[in-house]
Every structure is written in structure tokens, then in C-alpha cells.
Design a protein around this ligand. Structure first.
Ligand code: HEC
Length: 219
């Protein structure tokens, strides 16, 4: 009996030592945490990208609508001069509002830009090249989402000359754009290179930067 009790104590003591052995418990905890964090990271990474793509599409659609709606109205109402000033101020103000309310950065970039602030950076240039390559080779061009640094996703969506309205300001000078109207354009954008486009061509792309915080908050 006594020996059995000793044996039990010894066994208990042994298992306590085992359970309390710092090495082992730390390892177990570490593995458990590592697995859990991998799980969270993996899921949230793909969820973040998916959500970013979805948000980007919605933002681009809203911004596009604001710009186009105002553009048509503006040209009808007051001609080129009015459209240019109106486009510059009111439509861009609407986009700014969208940016502020969602904490995102909304840009349209183009390799043949009219406004110098729409000049693409090196990453955007690569993506524009890829869109151009796809178009030249009869492939479809799709919105895309990728990481741009640690905390930001970059959403891109090609902008095509999809409407003859675009040619009024981005087509051939002298035919699509009257000389007089082009003078007006040059008055506002002396370094303009956003002309000579035809229907279906790649005009540029939306480049919308969404902080991961904005995405996580919306999940
Ligand atoms: C009334 C003239 C006018 C019409 C019509 C017009 N645009 Fe523009 N577009 C401009 C002006 C002006 C800018 C520069 C805006 C700024 O200062 O940010 C511009 C800028 C752009 C940009 C940003 C890159 C750059 O060159 O600075 C894109 C992309 C663009 N237009 C696409 C289009 C498309 C697509 C259409 C047809 C749906 C269109 N535009 C119709 C006048 C026009």
C-alpha cells in the first residue's frame, strides 16, 4: 500500500513536472499560436484582397458616374470652356468627397496625360503596359488588386475610350476636337498629350489605393 502511494505521488509529481516543464509548454503554445495566426493571416489575406477588389469596383463606378454625368451636363450647358472649368472644379470635388469619406486615394493615371498630376508612377506604368499588351493581343482587360506596400492595396481598372463623347476632348485635333476647343484646352493644360485617341483604345486606368484598415473595418 505504502509503495503504491509512493508510486502515485511519484507519478503525480512526474506529470506535474511534465506539464510545468517550461520548454514543453512554451513550445506547445508557440505551435498553437503559430497555427492560429497562419490560419487568420491566410483567411484575412484572401478576404482582404476579395473585399478590396469589390470596394475598388464600387468606388471606380461611383467616381466614373460623378465625372461623366457632370461632363455631359457641362458641355450641354455651357460649351468647352464651361465644361473644362466645371470638370476641374465640381466633378473633382465630388471625387474628393468620395476619397475623404472612405479614406482612400482615387486617381486616374495615363501615360499620355492631360493633367500632370495624372502621371503614372513606376508600378502604375507596369500595370498600364500589361493592360496595353492584353488589348493589343486581343485579351480581355480586367480590374486587378495587389499589395502596394504593407498596409495598402492598389486597385486598378482600365479606362477605355468607350464613348464618342470622349473624342470631343481626347480625339484627333482638327476633326474630333475643333481647333478652337483645343486652344481652350491648351489654355488650361499647356503640356497636354491626351489627344489622338480612337474608339476602343486604352486611355488610362483607375488607380485606387485602399488602406487595409479601411478594408478590415468594413469586414
Ligand atoms: C469636356 C472635355 C472632356 C471630355 C468630353 C472627356 N474628357 Fe477626359 N479629361 C478632360 C480633362 C480636362 C482632363 C484633365 C482633368 C484634370 O485636370 O484632372 C481629363 C482627364 C482624363 C483622364 C485622366 C488622365 C489625364 O489625361 O489627365 C482620363 C483617364 C480621361 N480623361 C478619360 C476620359 C474618357 C474615357 C472620356 C469619355 C467617357 C473623357 N475623358 C471625356 C476633358 C475631357
Amino acid at each position: 500500500m505504502r509503495t503504491f502511494q509512493h508510486f502515485l505521488y511519484a507519478l503525480l509529481l512526474f506529470s506535474v513536472i511534465q506539464a510545468c516543464s517550461p520548454q514543453q509548454s512554451v513550445d506547445r503554445e508557440a505551435v498553437k499560436n503559430e497555427l492560429a495566426s497562419r490560419e487568420i493571416k491566410r483567411i484575412s489575406q484572401s478576404e482582404r484582397m476579395e473585399k478590396g477588389l469589390e470596394m475598388g469596383k464600387q468606388i471606380a463606378a461611383a467616381a466614373q458616374q460623378a465625372l461623366q454625368k457632370n461632363l455631359k451636363g457641362a458641355i450641354d450647358k455651357g460649351g468647352m470652356e464651361y465644361a473644362l472649368t466645371y470638370c476641374n472644379q465640381h466633378a473633382l470635388f465630388l471625387v474628393k468627397e468620395l476619397e475623404d469619406s472612405l479614406s482612400v486615394d482615387i486617381m486616374r493615371v495615363s501615360q499620355k496625360f492631360r493633367n500632370p498630376k495624372d502621371e503614372p508612377d513606376s508600378l502604375e506604368n507596369l500595370i498600364l503596359d500589361a493592360y496595353q499588351y492584353s488589348l493589343d493581343n486581343g485579351l480581355t482587360v480586367e480590374p486587378a488588386i495587389m499589395e502596394d506596400g504593407k498596409e495598402v492595396l492598389l486597385f486598378t481598372q482600365p479606362i477605355l475610350i468607350s464613348n464618342t463623347l470622349c473624342l470631343t476632348c481626347h480625339g484627333a485635333i482638327g476633326t474630333d476636337i475643333s481647333e478652337e476647343n483645343y486652344d481652350t484646352i491648351l489654355g488650361y493644360y499647356p503640356k497636354d498629350s491626351a489627344t489622338g485617341y480612337a474608339m476602343g483604345q486604352l486611355r488610362g486606368m483607375w488607380a485606387i489605393r485602399i488602406p487595409t484598415k479601411t478594408i478590415v473595418n468594413s469586414l
